[in-house]
Design a protein around this ligand. Structure first.
Ligand code: SF4
Ligand code: FES
Length: 625
């Protein structure tokens, strides 16, 4: 007999999908009608995109996805169980093995390792907690960080920084019930003096994130009013004039993308806000979503209406409970006040937004993987072309931008596209958010105009903690590269980065002081990519494993042949991954390691000078949004 759901699982799924209408989709009783009519075909499969939310419902109800619960979801959505199993096992936050209702995800990624994450893991494990060592949780400015993933009545919550007192408090309380989430944002954003001159962060710390009235009192919804009054053509012209480039890393011109979507004859169009920031060291979008959530919804509404969409999605990473809660509230409030719905602002345009949670998969930040995830499939990237502006979400023309790109639109409409283009440099206009973490005095999100130097960005965060020069800076995240202390005067613009062979990526500036063990850092990066490769194409699936193995051999001094042989092998693997991988993950998985070898001499490299002057591809060519 087929396993069935528990009462709690059935209730959780029914709350999401509504009660079943017939025995064909899971009702307990078979009606007379069911003997004659069966819903089938495309209609029955039309709700497939609700698979991820339904799996979240099961995970949240029981703390794991039981066979009975999965069977019930499959029945409700007409999804073959094997496919649902493939989806459930793709995501790190889902478990198909029974486990306790509270699981502690402790970040052991780059910044948190430096801040003692391994001690936190050991201490929690010694207390029999169910601990999962996690990649970056997007709380790097408050490292070390952990996330409590809970089932039943309790909601997920983050705790950062995990101080000794906080850790002992958690262990003492046992049930993890009263975790204090700690400060919510970057410390510098709270200080009025440092807010002066800010454009993207100007409301952070000043506005009540739960109040639409307060948001409006701080200039909120002015940009949407302008966009609606002047119409889509005007908005598109302003965005084009601003020369705004996407901030996800690929630096694709936003105006070009929006125009391409707007011009597609196929209907409907969709617009997606990519809020799945998962690049280790990146947390700027989280800070914006937590502290200024209405801005994200307003900007997405402008993007949607301008490009001829009636429906938008926010795809947010599953590890951001506070940002999720605030965005959900902002969407409800916007709807209640007529800023979303059938007649936005009374101007006759229709646009609404749905929020969807990811479930722990870095690759879902890649736009086509994100679409697959939204459609209820494994988050595997698609081949391009066709590009999303032609065939994106549900096979329809789709615009996609990340949070930072979108909120820039509010500013450029406020001051005018041409004025915006006057900020920064000719090729890199506007302000930019940087995520400062690691060994800096005041980690956090900082806003600077493009053209600022790396040294200035580090100095603005109080400089290196011990007052000395950094040993290295990881620029652009794990998919970026290392910059040595001799290159701190590089300018942070797209054009300088292209020319100098470094990448701005998602704005990560992670600083490593004197005592940092860079081989350990490289190993962690290699492990990250090995874990996060979706496995779809061979160069990446095998290359990320080979890279990690070679690094382990180098660290342990058990090389196959000489050290130079291993370095040559690593370079070879890097080249194959870069040239032959389907998406940006594989294409950039060796960037950081190769830059550490070439420019910092880690693992005894450096003579090869392999990356000097050579443009390092960014994760973004495929990852952009
Ligand atoms: S490059 Fe890696 S992550 Fe991208 S599709 Fe291939 S296996 Fe998947
Ligand atoms: S939260 Fe730990 S490295 Fe980002």
């Amino acid at each position: 007999m087929q396993a069935g759901p528990s009462a709690a699982e059935r209730a959780a799924v029914d709350e999401l999908l509504g009660p079943p209408t017939s025995a064909w989709d899971g009702a307990l009783e078979r009606s007379e009608f069911d003997h004659r009519v069966a819903r089938g075909g495309a209609d029955a499969r039309g709700d497939r995109d609700l698979l991820l939310p339904a799996l979240h419902a099961l995970q949240g109800a029981a703390g794991w996805i039981s066979p009975g619960g999965m069977n019930y979801v499959c029945e409700r959505l007409t999804v073959p169980p094997a496919e649902a199993y493939g989806v459930a096992t793709f995501y790190a936050m889902f478990s198909v093995e029974e486990r306790p209702p509270t699981v502690v995800h402790v970040c052991d990624d780059l910044a948190c390792r430096r801040a003692g994450a391994e001690t936190v893991i050991d201490r929690l494990r010694s207390d029999d907690a169910t601990v999962v060592a996690s990649p970056c949780l997007g709380l790097c400015e408050r490292a070390p960080a952990l996330l409590l993933q809970r089932a039943g009545d309790q909601v997920d919550s983050a705790l950062a920084p995990v101080t000794d007192d906080a850790l002992e408090g958690l262990i003492r309380d046992g049930v993890w019930g009263d975790a204090d989430a700690g400060p919510e944002s970057a410390p510098q954003a709270w200080e009025a003096a440092s807010r002066e001159g800010l454009r993207l962060l100007r409301r952070i710390g000043a506005v009540d994130p739960s109040s639409i009235d307060d948001y409006r009192a701080h200039g909120g919804y002015e940009a949407l009013r302008l966009a609606l009054e002047h119409g889509p053509e005007w908005t598109l012209r302003e965005v084009t004039d601003s020369k705004l480039m996407g901030r996800g890393g690929a630096a694709f011109p936003t105006g070009v993308k929006w125009k391409a979507v707007a011009e597609q004859p196929v209907r409907p169009h969709y617009f997606v806000c990519n809020a799945d920031e998962s690049e280790p060291g990146t947390f700027k979008d989280r800070v914006v979503m937590e502290q200024d959530p209405f801005a994200v919804i307003e900007a997405l509404t402008i993007a949607g209406i301008t490009t001829g969409c009636e429906r938008g999605y926010v795809y947010i990473r599953g590890e951001y409970p506070l940002a999720t809660e605030r965005l959900v509230h902002a969407i409800e409030e916007a709807r209640r006040h007529g800023f979303l719905g059938d007649d936005v602002f009374g101007h006759g345009a229709a646009f609404d937004v749905e929020l969807r949670r990811g479930a722990g998969a870095y690759i879902c930040g890649e736009e086509t993987a994100l679409f697959n995830s939204l459609e209820g499939k494994r988050g595997e990237p698609r081949n391009k072309p066709p590009f999303p502006v032609q065939r994106g979400l549900f096979g329809k023309p789709t615009g996609i931008n990340n949070v930072e790109t979108l909120i820039n639109v509010l500013e450029l409409l406020r001051i005018g596209g041409r004025a915006y283009a006057g900020i920064g440099t000719e090729g890199s206009t506007g302000p930019r958010l940087f995520c400062l973490s690691g060994d800096v005095a005041a980690p956090g999100v900082y806003e600077h105009p493009h053209g600022v130097t790396l040294r200035e960005v580090i100095d603005a965060s109080g400089g290196v903690r011990d007052g000395r020069a950094p040993k290295a800076v990881l620029l652009g995240g794990a998919a970026g590269g290392f910059v040595g202390p001799d290159r701190l005067d590089v300018r942070l613009t797209f054009e300088d980065a292209r020319e100098g062979g470094y990448t701005l990526g998602s704005g990560v500036v992670m600083v490593f002081g004197d005592s940092a063990d860079l081989s350990d850092t490289c190993l962690r990066i290699a492990r990250f990519f090995r874990d996060e490769s979706c496995g779809q194409c061979v160069p990446c699936r095998v290359g990320t494993v080979r890279q990690e193995e070679a690094l382990h051999r180098l660290v342990q001094g058990r090389t196959l042949g000489s050290r130079a042989d291993e370095l040559a092998l690593l370079e070879d693997v890097a080249r194959v991954m870069r040239d032959a991988s389907i998406c940006g993950l594989g294409q950039t998985a060796a960037n950081a390691v190769q830059s550490a070898i070439a420019s910092l001499g880690v693992f005894g490299g450096g003579e090869a000078d392999a990356l000097e002057g050579e443009a390092v591809p960014t994760r973004t060519e495929a990852q952009e949004s």
